[in-house]
Design a protein around this ligand. Structure first.
Ligand SMILES: [Zn+2]
Length: 218
């Protein structure tokens, strides 16, 4: 697929970026593009009911999600680009700071620069609390199913997706729109109310309340 084509609602809402979802038992080999002083981070809310699920916080003074859930503090996520040599595409990775520090430690022990050598990332665990990442230098061994990997072409480097979008906060209006879309969707899905915690009024009883002051069912 061409680099200029964006497919899927998630990708469109995230500015055309494809984020890698690491899974336990599915190691992924890649070349890091942004690392060391090129790393960028931003505070993000995770709300499974919203589209997109990850909301980049514009700051608690103006953020509708911070206002709706003052106890849910957005987490710092580090964003960087990597090259996937199998699909021959540049993708994005988003990890907690502690995971980035652990990877960096392992690269240092391994004397491996992940921007110069292909590395394989392993995830263990499934939830936020038990997830750990580790990384190893990729060593080619064609007989063992580890082929020689090719570095990205200059053309691909020149057309690389911009990372700025991924570290620019959503605006309060955008966030209010995502929240409004959830409320509007809930009105056509009565089952949603069954899962709403006690004390939260169903969406239909919150009509007339400004979108940013409506309570969400999570
Ligand atoms: Zn916020």
């Amino acid at each position: 697929m061409s680099n200029t084509v964006v497919r899927g609602l998630g990708a469109i809402l995230s500015g055309g970026a494809e984020f890698i979802t690491f899974e336990e038992g599915k190691p992924m080999t890649m070349l890091f593009i942004d690392w060391f002083e090129d790393l960028l981070g931003i505070r993000e809310h995770y709300e499974s009911g919203l589209t997109p699920k990850y909301i980049r916080c514009p700051g608690k003074d103006i953020c509708p999600l911070c206002k709706a859930n003052p106890s849910k503090y957005p987490a710092l996520r580090i964003k960087f680009r990597v090259y996937d040599p199998i699909e021959k595409r540049v993708k994005f990775v988003s990890l907690a700071k502690s995971h980035v520090q652990k990877l960096n430690q392992e690269f240092n022990l391994d004397e491996c620069d992940p921007t110069k050598n292909f590395v394989t990332l392993y995830r263990t665990g499934k939830g936020a609390s038990d997830t750990a990442y580790s990384a190893r230098r990729y060593v080619k061994n064609p007989e063992a199913g580890k082929p020689v990997l090719e570095f990205p072409t200059q053309e691909l480097i020149d057309q690389m997706p911009d990372i700025t979008t991924q570290v620019t906060p959503h605006s309060p209006d955008e966030i209010a729109g995502f929240m409004q879309a959830l409320v509007a969707g809930a009105q056509t899905q009565p089952n949603v109310y069954n899962h709403a915690p006690q004390g939260v009024k169903p969406a239909y009883e919150q009509q007339g309340v400004p979108a940013t002051q409506r309570k969400l069912p999570f």
